[in-house]
Design a protein around this ligand. Structure first.
Ligand code: NAP
Ligand code: MG
Length: 487
């Protein structure tokens, strides 16, 4: 795979800042490189926004806010619907772009594009489902009129693991609600976000409503916006560590936080589960985006009576996954996004093996160019292994066994995270009973995939605050106002 193979793909991708509907370099000319993680070659140089650029974006957003917020919901909905259609019409180009900057294999990228676009279709529909109510105050007899207004300018900060979907999951509801936004994509993957700008223009989004500001100076740029009184919402997806900092910053001006943070998902297989279905689900829950997902199954707990069958079949499937450049045919596992992520996987596996875990397949990084790590299955993982506590963020499945239901619920809940849990059982009433006792915002019951634009995505405990998707997602960008009326 050489750079020339994807020259055409990159030829018309914008690389400047998108502010107020036009393109400009950073105020001080700063730029940053984008790397293909499969070749470690530089594929683009993108403007890196300064604090002055962030202020210019807020000016643009402020200038456009009133007119956009006053548009009829149907008009905003039709624009989002158009954006959905435009992305789908170019879905292959977007998928390839995700693959070259993030690394994930093309089939995975195609899945992400469909998921990403769906947030525009869903919020096109949600834009017109405005809800409100009128009731009579029990004592005074006044009428209580409840309606919703756009919350104001939203600052959106996204991670590199789903460069398209994490952006659209925030932009869709914000635009539907009538809010302008400033998006700061992750520095590893700014191209996909920038490539969305022409889509917004063609769909009819007015200048200033969506501003896109890649920046390596994330702390300063996001911090400056959070200390500006015009910003009303901070919607962040990324690590719990950075989320915590943003929550502190948001406290000063009481900016509403929406936080989608880290996870440490348990994947529980009971003795009455369909083992083949559980293996199928495990492949999805573990290997979507090579395990670089906050929803990735991190701790596999398999009942001791089905452990042997599950582990053998799972390892067999994992072993069969071809590693390579994500654009190449037949490749299922691309490189991890950068050296740091790959090195963390190496050190977590060596820690687990050093403490007694057995490698069924994989277990060592691939030499040469590219941040490759093969699909790996470990059994006999000991309780003191670090990967049971940390997000692995790579294609490594760590398996332990268990004996009884109460015990495994307690072990699954013994984490400060609470994003998603997976449960496999042939007994639906047990499945519901266990799900209700799990302290996780989402549960996949006999399913390895929970992400769905029509469902509320989000975590409990240190996995986050607020929800994205579903009806709840638009409420994060709306203020409730009540008028007490005598008539
Ligand atoms: P990250 O380091 O937290 O970065 C996420 C975003 O925040 C990037 O755009 C980053 O910019 C920016 N950022 C970093 N430091 C910042 C600061 N001090 N102030 C403001 N912004 C800052 O996370 P990541 O390494 O990109 O992604 C992996 C993490 O995201 C994992 O923990 C994963 O669980 C989580 N995640 C959660 C969800 C969810 O929905 N719950 C979804 C996907 C990922 P730069 O790129 O310039 O550093
Ligand atoms: Mg980071």
């Amino acid at each position: 795979m050489t750079v020339s193979n994807y020259d055409n793909l990159l030829a018309d991708v914008p690389t400047d800042l998108y502010i107020g509907g036009s393109w400009r370099p950073a105020s001080d000319g700063a730029r940053m490189d984008v790397i293909d993680p499969a070749t470690e070659e530089t594929i683009a140089s993108v403007a890196s926004a300064s604090v002055d650029d962030a202020m210019a974006a807020l000016d643009a957003a402020e200038g456009a806010a009133v007119e956009w917020g006053a548009r009829k919901p149907r008009e905003r909905g039709e624009i989002l619907r158009k954006a959905f259609e435009l992305i789908m019409a170019e879905s292959e180009r977007f998928a390839r772009l995700i693959t070259v900057e993030n690394g994930k294999a093309l089939p995975d990228s195609r899945g992400e594009v469909a998921y990403a676009a769906e947030f525009f279709r869903w919020y096109a529909e949600e834009a017109v489902r405005g809800i409100g109510e009128i009731s009579m105050a029990p004592s005074s007899g006044a009428r209580i009129v409840v309606q919703h207004k756009p919350a104001g300018i939203g600052v959106l900060v996204t991670p590199w693991n789903f460069p398209a979907a994490m952006a659209t999951r925030k932009i869709g509801p914000a635009l539907a609600a009538g809010c302008p936004v400033v998006l700061k994509p992750a520095s590893e993957t700014p191209l996909t976000a920038l490539a969305l700008a022409p889509i917004f223009e063609e769909a009819g989004v007015p200048p200033g409503i969506v501003n896109i500001l890649p920046s390596r100076r994330s702390g300063a740029v996001v911090g400056s916006m959070l200390s500006d009184l015009r910003v009303r919402v901070i919607s962040f997806t990324g690590s719990t560590e950075v989320g915590r900092k943003l929550l502190h910053a948001a406290a000063d001006n009481i900016v509403r936080p929406v936080m989608e943070l880290g996870g440490n998902a348990p994947f529980i297989v009971f003795e009455d589960a369909d083992v083949d279905a559980a293996v199928e689900g495990a492949m999805v829950a573990k290997m979507r985006n090579m395990g670089e997902a906050c929803t990735a199954a991190n701790r596999f707990y398999v009942h001791e009576s089905v452990h042997e069958a599950f582990a053998t079949k799972f390892a067999e499937r994992m072993k069969g996954l071809a590693l390579g450049h994500g654009l190449d045919d037949g490749v299922a596992v691309g490189p991890l996004v950068n050296a740091e992520t790959r090195d963390k996987v190496v050190s977590l596996v060596s820690d687990a093996v050093g403490k007694g875990a057995r490698v069924l397949t994989g277990g060592a990084a691939v030499d040469g160019k590219g941040f490759f790590y093969p699909a790996t299955v470990l059994t006999g993982v000991t309780d003191d292994a670090q990967l049971l506590r940390d997000e692995i963020f790579g294609p490594v499945a760590a398996i332990q066994t268990f004996r009884d239901e109460a015990e495994i619920i307690a072990r699954a809940n013994a984490t400060e995270y609470g994003l998603v849990a997976y449960v496999y059982t042939g007994d639906l009433s047990r499945g519901m009973r266990v799900s209700e006792k799990l302290d996780f915002g989402m549960v996949g019951l006999n399913r390895g995939l929970v992400s769905d634009p029509a469902a509320p995505f989000g975590g409990m405990k240190q996995s986050g605050i607020g929800r994205e998707g579903a009806h709840e997602g638009i409420m994060e960008f709306l203020e409730t106002q009540y008028v007490s009326v005598t008539w």
